[in-house]
Ligand binder design. Structure first.
Ligand code: Q9C
Ligand code: ZN
Length: 525
């Protein structure tokens, strides 16, 4: 079982032949830079390398109209002037004589990846393609996209491999409205997209990109839109979106295949996205998706226009697909206020459709309806009276959201260390809290009665420190802790019992070093 990497150098042939500032960012170097970086990192060689094939016209017909496919076929023979004129018929598109060939390779690469993963040749994989696909529609090119590579791959997986439920995760910074339109009434394909939205003032300026667009008819609840209303979203915001929106819904949906519209214009440095997430974040996002569909994750490149950020992010995804551990995310990991607003608005819109989004003690009737374009008169005067009222409601809702999501306004990620003997030479990282206190003597004595080993002097002292640490975690003062103790198994058992008595449902314990015996929780079942 391996990671497939699908690519063909001929997809670098298409390029802009005239002046167009909007389109010039979609250039051949996007692919060459990414591939070179994979080679330099020794990652390409670790993959099962597959040469992309062209999608057949029948395969393109799974999504596109015959007339549109014919029109695209015809572009191969057009002059530059004619190509430019046809490009002008669409929004943010350019054609080149090689576009049809490249676009068929791009769709074909996605199909090959799906074949490799669904036949068991590969465990997961990435297709490096251009042109991208997620803006393309049944009979329209749009936003640099000609054929909808991921949508075609989804229909192909269903028709050719009998897959029932497919999750499409679109982490490109633009809304893949093409994918949304193609599957909006189809409950067999769950489409999740986050996107720069800015209350409707960012391209493609669509009302249907907002959180309240949830799908149509039988497809209601199978379109999940998470609009970002500010630029600058970072690692904490993306992780919160996955943890509090995508993953609950995705687990409930239980897909058999995950397709990723893997655009990297959502990464730091990209001129389109203006976001802050670092390349490492994409390793974590990929890792989180691998818990779904038995790890059958097929990522297909969409956007990404900052060559350095794009190449690094592509490497991070491939490393995660290969099973390498994800590098730690740096920084305080606190989601922004605006990100929490967006997360809450999509949770509210989707709650009627997903029990995993229901929250204890609240009914899913909240709608933040963050000021929509219609209700906002103009970009210069955003705060009408209705918006002020909405904002007041929003902050009340947000503080309760913060409580319920256990997200604190102050950074909660903090580790404490408790040492039984002073270790003067030990150098701790600056953000680690050196705990000097112990739990009250009576509390420690009460727990120590469980085991004779804990009544001994050094073990008793250690237990007091461990209990104090645990109280700090239960109070939310620190998120984790480390302690030295001579009676490891007995202490661990106390920690487990204390955790369970505080309502912990699942307790994970990591013991470093040796346990004299496993902790005895037999009486608790
Ligand atoms: N500054 C993809 O990323 N131009 N397409 C937007 C706003 C079109 C993006 C202009 C962007 C198309 C696949
Ligand atoms: Zn994009």
């Amino acid at each position: 079982m391996r990671t497939a990497l699908v690519y063909h150098e001929e997809m670098t042939a298409a390029r802009l032949l005239w002046d167009d500032p909007e389109c010039e960012i979609e250039r051949p170097e996007r692919l060459t830079a990414a591939v070179e970086r994979l080679q330099q990192g020794g990652l390409e060689q670790r993959c099962l390398q597959l040469a992309a094939r062209e999608a057949s016209e029948a395969e393109l017909g799974l999504v596109h109209s015959p007339e549109y496919v014919s029109l695209m076929r015809g572009t191969q023979a057009l002059s530059t002037e004619e190509l430019q004129a046809l490009s002008g018929q669409y929004d943010a598109v350019y054609f080149h004589p090689s576009t049809f060939h490249c676009a068929r390779l791009a769709a074909g690469a996605a199909l090959q990846l799906v074949d490799a993963v669904l036949t068991g040749t590969a465990h997961n994989g990435l297709a490096l393609v251009r042109p991208p696909g997620h803006h393309s529609q049944r009979a329209a090119a749009n936003g640099f996209c000609v054929f909808n590579n991921v949508a075609i791959a989804a229909r192909y997986a269903q028709k050719r491999h009998g897959v029932h439920r497919i999750l499409i995760v679109d982490w490109d910074v633009h809304h893949g409205q093409g994918i949304q339109y193609i599957f909006e009434d189809d409950p067999s394909v769950l489409y999740f997209s986050w996107h720069r939205y800015e209350h409707g003032r960012f391209w493609p300026y669509l009302r249907e990109s907002d959180a309240d667009a949830v799908g149509l008819g039988p497809g209601r609840g199978f379109t999940v839109n998470l609009p970002w209303n500010q630029v600058g979203m970072g690692n904490a915001d993306y992780m919160a979106a996955f943890l509090h929106v995508l993953l609950p819904v995705a687990f409930e949906f239980d897909p058999e295949l995950v397709l990723v519209s893997a655009g990297f214009d959502s990464a730091i440095g990209d001129p389109e996205g203006q976001m802050q997430a670092t390349p490492e974040c994409f390793a974590h996002l990929t890792q989180l998706l691998q818990v779904l569909a038995g790890g059958r994750v097929c990522a297909v490149l969409e956007g990404g226009y900052h060559l350095e950020s794009l190449s690094q992010s592509v490497c991070m995804v491939v490393k995660a697909l290969l099973g390498d551990p994800a590098p730690p995310l740096l920084g305080p990991m606190v989601p922004q206020h605006s990100a929490l607003e967006s997360i809450q608005s999509v949770r509210a819109a989707q709650a009627p459709h997903w029990t995993s989004l229901w929250q204890q003690g609240s009914t899913p009737t909240l709608s933040l309806s963050t000021c929509s374009p219609e209700r906002r008169p103009s970009p210069v005067s955003p705060g009408g009276p209705k918006c002020k009222a909405a904002e007041a409601q929003t902050s009340a809702v947000l503080s309760s959201l913060l409580d319920r999501l256990h997200l604190c306004a102050t950074p909660p990620v903090r580790t404490a260390i408790a040492l039984t003997a002073p270790a003067a030479a030990m150098v701790l990282p600056p953000d680690i809290l050196r705990q000097e206190e112990s739990a009250p003597r009576e509390e420690t004595q009460a727990w120590a009665r469980l085991h004779e080993a804990l009544t001994q002097d050094t073990a008793f002292t250690a237990l007091g420190k461990v209990l104090h640490l645990l109280n700090g975690i239960l109070d939310g003062q620190v998120s984790s802790g480390i302690a030295t103790t001579p009676a490891a198994a007995s202490t661990l058992e106390v920690v487990l019992r204390q955790g369970l008595s505080h309502g912990a449902q699942r307790v994970f314990c990591v013991a470093l070093g040796q346990l004299d015996r496993p902790p005895d929780l037999a009486n608790d079942g």
